[in-house]
Design a protein around this ligand. Structure first.
Ligand code: SF4
Length: 452
């Protein structure tokens, strides 16, 4: 069949979708990027918070309509939703009769065989509908597995580990992604070399907790060792660390970010809050003093580092004073990149039953206030780049002639800022160029290539 894999949610899911698409192609199905052309669609779902789950369900329902009109022959649902809802499998099967099968993130390799095992009943409905989930939902496609890349040619996500051993009270991810498991340094280096051969110049390292990399395989966290190995891979110019956990950041890791040439001076490190009381209720294994010291260490030991972080506002019982404390921390720490999520009570998580849940409007108001503050900080910080020369990775042509989109070392794909490049000469996606900043916006820069 002509197959399309629709990847929802995070980059970790995207890597799974790339592996799944590779396996379906290997089984003889033809892949199409255009969902409207597909005879079969696999939705690789996300459900880490209620909003994400609602988006997954509405996507499935719109595809179910296409199936009802005969525009789609097969529809499959994979990923976090089936795994998270595995105890309600019959409800999902009944609720979504157009879905021909459900499978968890740990079962993706089984799909080609399951599809092959299905036939059509005399009524024309697909027989042998399935709902397959595994107790250990952690899946890591090895380097040798066939993959169909879903990112632009010049950058890729390298999933170095899956699952998580932390127990943050608001988070259900360990419930459906399992315990922490790392890929070997040899396997990851082999994949990095293959990706470089395909034209990749930027590697974004992902997992649930990348700073805990290797603890299961090598006895203790050893991300610096992996970075050293990846730094030797020819053709890779940027290596970026995403999803680090503050509790596992060592001086060796900070030194590796500072000293290893292709490792960009950037770190994504979700902190979630700064109030001691809330960090303890969240079971984040860190407190305010620890976090402030960690940020100071990064700033002192890696001059010019760009720090991305995320916070949760609206946690049960969060007081106005604690929101003010977080605002004060934003003003003092001046993070380059910040995301703020609304607390969402997730089923079967300890915080779901905690007292003093806050009304949605209060949560939203707090998030808006904090994001307004961060926008001002980002605007000020961006203004400091005016007139300066920067290195930019060209991503793609913009919407107008002579305009191109790119990123600096301080911008992870899809989540951070961009550089709007104006150039009469064509710019090649994947090329690293020098450019001079001619203007700044709150989160983005405007620049012109430096000739010669
Ligand atoms: S570190 Fe905490 S928030 Fe992140 S995946 Fe693990 S349990 Fe969830």
């Amino acid at each position: 069949m002509k197959v399309h894999v629709l990847s929802l949610g995070c980059a970790r899911n995207l890597v799974d979708s790339e592996g799944l698409a590779g396996l379906l192609e290997q089984a003889g199905h033809r892949f199409t990027d255009r969902i409207e052309e597909a005879e079969c669609v696999v939705v690789n779902t996300c459900s880490f918070i209620r909003e994400a789950e609602e988006e997954s369900i509405s996507t499935i329902l719109s595809l179910a309509d296409r199936k009802k009109t005969g525009k789609l022959r097969r529809l499959y649902v994979a990923g976090c939703l089936p795994q998270k809802r595995r105890n309600e499998r019959q409800d999902l099967l009944d609720l979504l009769p157009e879905v021909d099968g459900f499978l968890g993130p740990g079962d993706l390799p089984k799909l080609p065989g399951l599809i092959a095992g299905q036939g059509l009943s005399p009524q024309g409905t697909v027989s042998n509908r399935f709902f397959v989930t595994s107790p250990v939902p952690t899946l890591l496609f090895e380097s040798s597995a066939p993959k169909r890349r879903m990112t632009p040619k010049h950058y890729a996500y390298l999933k170095i580990s899956e699952g998580c051993d932390h127990a943050c009270t608001f988070c259900s991810i360990p419930q459906f992604r399992g315990a922490h498991r790392s890929r070997s340094i040899e396997d990851l280096t082999e994949e990095a070399a293959r990706l470089s051969g395909e034209g990749v110049v930027e590697l974004n390292l992902i997992g649930q907790d990348t700073s805990y990399y290797g603890a299961d395989l090598y006895g203790s966290p050893c991300l610096p060792r992996l970075l050293e190995a990846l730094a030797k891979v020819k053709g890779i110019h940027w290596i970026r660390i995403l999803y680090a956990h503050p509790a596992h950041v060592t001086d060796d890791l900070i030194a590796a970010i500072r000293d290893l040439e292709p490792v960009v001076k950037y770190v994504d490190i979700p902190l979630q809050h700064i109030s001691d009381r809330l960090l303890s209720l969240m079971r984040r294994e860190t407190d305010g003093v620890f976090i402030r010291r960690l940020i100071d260490r990064f700033r002192a030991q890696v001059p010019g580092i760009a720090i991305r972080t995320t916070f949760i506002t609206g946690f049960p019982g969060e007081t106005e004073q604690e929101v003010e404390e977080l605002a004060g921390f934003l003003r003092q720490a001046r993070f380059e990149r910040v995301g703020i999520f609304l607390y969402s009570p997730e089923p079967k998580t300890p915080s779901e039953k905690m007292p003093d849940p806050l009304p949605e409007a209060v949560k939203q108001d707090r998030r808006d206030r904090l994001m307004r503050l961060q926008r001002e900080i980002s605007e000020e910080m961006n203004r400091a780049w005016l007139g300066r020369e920067i290195e930019v990775l060209v991503d793609e042509p913009g919407s107008e002639p002579g305009v191109y989109l790119g990123r600096t070392f301080a911008d992870a794909p899809e989540v951070d800022g961009q550089v709007f490049l104006s150039s009469q000469a064509p710019l090649q996606p994947g090329r690293l160029i020098r450019a001079r900043v001619t203007d700044t916006i709150e989160y983005d820069l405007v620049a012109e290539p430096v000739v010669g």
